[in-house]
Design a protein around this ligand. Structure first.
Ligand SMILES: *Cc1c(COP(=O)(O)O)cnc(C)c1O
Length: 374
């Protein structure tokens, strides 16, 4: 039996009636941009994230870009980013005209290593973007403490961690401000693009609200050169339906992770995901690691268990940043990140996997190690 990595239609089928009703509600309203659905979703998501403010935006990358713009971070400034992240975190910094300064991850959590941040801070550093990678919150108290000592801002990239907890508190309200993505495959995903900014800082919320809609508070009066990056009314209506399910679906992910951890611990040589004691992951991804990764992936492909690599090329080695290679960093500047990218493999962990599918993944992996298949 084939195990697919992610079935994007499954959430629609589970919530078809409510989603179809949401679609009809929007279509019949005759109002398609910045209407009641976006407003209601913003309120509901702010409550969910335990923050005062939420602003819907076009996508996750834009959420981070607008945050940096609102903080007036741009040309000549440096922003500390994880070396080990999805490239969008870096691109937001580049969009704003600032320079991403990578910091290596912790070998176990794969999140930015706070012990290495201070060495990367210069007189040009304006902010740190902490990514809650694979659904696990970064060590925010440690990061906030460093930032406050150096008088720099902290931004959460929470694109992979909707609902995750750090010392019992939700991501989204753990720093100055946070960016979220609602790309369909995320824990809270739309049926198209979408994103949001959450914060407790009223001034910052105001600025982002201004910037995301042409720099205009009232129609045709433009206070600043803004952008067009709005959460779509239809997507907001869908997201309201899915937000009601988020905790339940995150719980299913946790159950799958628990099962994988228990079964794979004893009988395989795989390095399994490690969650720090202060974090509660929402398991956006279940990432194992092995020096034999490529062979393992090829074998799993032949038995139709689909896996993915998040991410095969670290941003500092990506062609997109070729111009910085040799000046801002060297090929071997981030060996931990490079090692991780060559050994990691993501197993299927969607809330819509059934028990049989999960058992198949485990059985096949146990077979691999029992019979030295790779
Ligand atoms: C998905 C993602 C983004 C970007 O979100 P989009 O909605 O695709 O623009 C940013 N950062 C991280 C860590 C992500 O996983």
């Amino acid at each position: 039996m084939k195990v697919s990595f992610l079935d994007l239609k499954a959430p629609y089928l589970e919530l078809k009636e409510e989603l179809d009703a949401a679609y009809q509600r929007v279509m019949e309203s005759g109002w398609y941009i910045l209407g009641q659905e976006v407003e209601a979703f913003e309120q509901e998501f702010a409550v969910y994230c335990e923050t005062k403010y939420c602003i819907g935006v076009g996508n996750g990358l834009e959420s981070l870009h607008l945050i940096l713009r609102a903080m007036k971070i741009g040309a000549g400034d440096e922003v500390i980013v994880p070396a080990n992240t999805y490239i969008a975190t870096w691109l937001a910094v580049s969009y704003a005209g600032a320079i991403p300064v990578p910091v290596e991850p912790d070998r176990n959590t794969y999140n930015i290593d706070p012990n290495k941040i201070e060495a990367a801070i210069t007189s040009k550093t304006k902010a740190i973007i902490a990514v809650h990678l694979y659904g696990q919150p970064a060590d925010m108290d440690f990061i906030n403490e460093i930032a406050s000592r150096h008088n720099i801002k902290v931004i959460e990239d929470a694109a992979q961690a909707h609902g995750a907890l750090y010392k019992g508190r939700r991501v989204g309200g753990l720093a100055d401000v946070a960016g979220f993505s609602f790309y369909p495959g995320k824990n809270l995903g739309a049926f198209g693009d979408g994103g949001a900014v959450t914060t407790n800082n009223r001034q910052l919320a105001d600025k982002i609200r201004l910037l995301h809609n042409y720099g205009s508070r009232s129609k045709y009066y433009n206070e600043v050169k803004g952008f067009n990056s709005r959460l779509d009314e239809l997507q907001a209506a869908f997201l309201r339906v899915k937000l009601n399910k988020l905790d339940e679906w995150n719980e299913r992910r946790k159950q799958i992770a628990k099962y994988y951890l228990k079964e794979l611990q004893e009988y395989t040589d795989l390095k399994l995901p490690y969650v720090a004691e202060f974090s509660e992951s929402v398991w956006h991804l279940f990432v194992i690691s092995s020096p034999q990764r490529d062979k393992l992936k090829r074998y799993l492909d032949t038995v139709e268990v689909s896996t993915l690599i998040h991410y095969p090329i670290p941003p500092h080695l990506s062609d997109a940043y070729a111009e910085n290679l040799g000046t801002n960093w060297q090929i071997n500047s981030y060996p931990i990140t490079q090692m991780i990218s060559s050994q990691i493999l993501s197993l299927p962990i969607s809330p819509h996997l059934n028990k049989t599918e999960i058992q198949i993944v485990v059985e096949i992996l146990l077979e691999v190690f029992k019979h030295d298949i790779i």
